[in-house]
Design a protein around this ligand. Structure first.
Ligand code: ZN
Length: 240
């Protein structure tokens, strides 16, 4: 174990556990998806390329700076080729501690349909902890163009769908929390889908969305989106 691995042992272990968790939940298959954690102003832990999340272990976790330079990678390992959008998000959102990019089956279905259905207030918890699920237009994986597509929406929520690709969840707390937000939203997407099959699906009314501000205060939650961007849940969802 090198000095940096010793220093960030807890965070690396938490990232390894998050990788195993998203694999168990079937939110990634094989080497799909990538996860990162900010451990210092200019240092990220990030998952390696071409390594199934199910079997990732401590020494596989790479370290990069915010320019994408490799600070640590064990022999034969390389950071995910998707590092550009992780770095871009971390640069634009200083409040974000961790990012989970995965391909959860239901959310990815919504990412293919691209019908804006998940940017609405369907359930209480996602309102206060994630925000509207916003669409990032399709670009080729690993490209700089893909990372640039995040610019237009990154300040406006903590949950995103990548068109015809998958999902991204950003947490101001930890990678454990990012995976919880992902799981919460995948469950919400399943419920929204069932509601539409059953018919008569309705969102929470604007009046009740406004009352979620007191929940955010009482539970001492950070409003989704960039720090200071929104002062109320109704504003977060673009409701008057
Ligand atoms: Zn992907």
């Amino acid at each position: 174990m090198n000095e940096l691995q010793k220093k960030y042992k807890t965070e690396i272990e938490e990232l390894v556990n998050a990788c195993h968790r998203v694999a168990e939940l079937n939110y990634v298959t094989s080497a799909g998806g990538n996860l990162s954690v900010r451990v210092a102003d200019n240092l990220l832990l990030i998952t390696p390329t071409k390594t199934p999340k199910r079997i990732i272990h401590f020494d596989d976790i790479c370290m990069i700076d915010l320019d994408g330079n490799v600070i640590y990678a064990s022999e034969g390992k390389k950071p995910t080729g998707e590092w550009p959008f992780h770095v871009r998000i971390m640069r634009k959102r200083s409040d974000i501690k961790a990012i989970a990019h995965t391909h959860p089956p239901i959310l990815t279905g919504f990412a293919i349909a691209n019908n804006g259905m998940l940017d609405k207030p369907w359930l209480p918890e996602p309102i206060t902890e994630v925000g509207p699920i916003l669409m990032v237009p399709y670009e080729t994986p690993l490209s700089e163009a893909l990372s640039e597509q995040f610019d237009a929406v990154i300040n406006n929520s903590n949950g995103f769908l990548m068109e015809n690709h998958g999902a991204v969840f950003c947490s101001p707390i930890s990678i454990f929390d990012a995976v919880e937000l992902l799981n919460m939203t995948e469950c919400m997407a399943t419920s929204v889908l069932v509601a539409h099959i059953l018919g008569n699906a309705k969102t929470i009314t604007t009046e009740y969305v406004k009352e979620m501000d007191s929940v955010i205060r009482v539970r001492n939650l950070k409003m989704p989106g960039a720090t200071g961007k929104y002062s109320s849940a109704s504003e977060l969802y673009g409701l008057k």
